[in-house]
Structure formats: C-alpha cells, structure tokens
Design a protein around this ligand. Structure first.
Ligand SMILES: [Zn+2]
Ligand SMILES: [Zn+2]
Length: 228
C-alpha cells in the first residue's frame, strides 16, 4: 500500500496534511476509490501510524460486502498493517516516534474489564475492530490505541509482516492455547492464507506436520513450507 500517499510536495497547498488519504468503498460490494477524511484530534491513548504495507484478508472482503451486517460506509479496509509511528498521544505507553509497528484486527479495548486484565483483551465486549466503525489501513495513515500497536523487529520484512497480525496469530494461538508440545503431530486442514502460515509455525515449533488439502497442486509447496 506504499503508493497511497499523494502528499509529496512540502509546499503543495492542495494537499491538506491533516487529512488521511485512503481507499474506500461507498456501498456494499463497491469498488475501492480514493477517499480523504479528517481524523480529528489525536486522542491521548492513540497512536498514529504511517502505513508502509497492508495485507488483504478475507475479513476485509466480508466487511466490504457487509456480510456481517455491521459495516459502515465509506468503508476503508485493511487490518494487517505495517508502518512507523508518526504521532503519539500523551497517554500512549511503551512506544516511540519512528518505531516500526504493526496493527491487526483490534484497534481499541477498555483495558479495565475482566477480559482486558486477564490477557483476553481481544474478547473485551467493547473492543473496536480496526475496520469496524473505524477507518483501516488501506490509507497513508491509521490510528489505534497504543496497547494494540505492536512493535515489529527491524529484521522482519515489513512487506511480509501484515498477514502475521491476523491470519498468522489465528493459527499461532492454538499452539499456545492447547499447549502443543514439540513432540506433537499437527494436522493443518486447508493450505491457504492461514494454512500456509500454520505449516511454517508448526514446523518451527518442532512438530511432525501433516497437510490436508484437496489440491494436488499444493503438495510441493506444502512440503517446502514445512509439511512432513
Ligand atoms: Zn483478518
Ligand atoms: Zn475490556
């Protein structure tokens, strides 16, 4: 998504730097088109990220088409964001300007409820999705609450970081939740956007990895990604 920004000339008065330049759909099933909006004042807990890359997840398409009945238009997709911090609210903790960060499905939670204080903050009943009632990462900039803005290692290719923040965490979490030991045999059903990452995680976890797919054409790649 590095081509979104149109504000290159510092003296170009036509481009209002307070505005975010995004791609939005105006209706369900609509085509993404350039869309600028004023994000308002940065909240004290908010972080502003200059987007360098943004993945495309099937949930972006479900939201675009209002499959879940909760989409607001104009709709800016994008919840697999990689970028750098360009503004920090006064109450934003543990982050610094210029830091490379990522943002996934959730952009805000209350930080006070049972779920939030017990490590299940993604289940907070008032959590806000990055693209649910908010404008997502198909933009030159995006904002989120500091706790959901995660530092990315400098060694990680930002072009490959985005999918780790949604599909990646979805298939990594079960290894922890089910306390999968490295001696386990792990089966991955469906070698697609999530499955191809699950193969790699399970392999690096030390497991014996089995790929289940109905597509013979995926066998060679599945083996390359870690299927035994
Ligand atoms: Zn997603
Ligand atoms: Zn909460």
């Amino acid at each position: 998504m590095g081509q979104v920004s149109v504000s290159t000339g510092e003296t170009n008065k036509e481009n209002d730097m307070t505005k975010f330049n995004a791609y939005a759909a105006m209706t369900a099933h609509g085509t993404l088109q350039p869309f600028s909006f004023d994000p308002g004042e940065l909240g004290p807990e908010e972080v502003e990220i200059k987007v360098s890359h943004c993945g495309l997840c099937h949930s972006d398409l479900s939201m675009l088409d209002n499959d879940w009945g909760m989409t607001k238009y104009p709709f800016v997709p994008g919840h697999e964001v990689a970028g750098t911090i360009v503004a920090l609210g006064g109450g934003a903790k543990g982050l610094k300007m210029g830091q490379r960060v990522g943002l996934g499905w959730t952009a805000q939670s209350c930080l006070a409820c049972h779920e939030c204080v017990s490590g299940e903050q993604h289940l907070c009943s008032t959590a806000q999705g990055t693209i649910v009632g908010r404008h997502g990462g198909f933009a030159d900039r995006v904002r989120a609450q500091w706790v959901w803005v995660r530092p990315l290692p400098e060694a990680l290719d930002p072009a490959k970081a985005g999918p780790l923040l949604c599909g990646g965490v979805t298939v990594f979490a079960p290894l922890l939740i089910h306390k999968v030991p490295s001696t386990a045999r792990v089966g991955v059903i469906g070698i697609g956007g999530l499955g191809h990452m699950a193969l790699q995680f399970a392999n690096k976890w030390g497991c014996e990895v089995h790929a289940f797919t109905t597509s013979d054409s995926k066998e060679a790649e599945a083996r390359k990604l870690g299927a035994h």
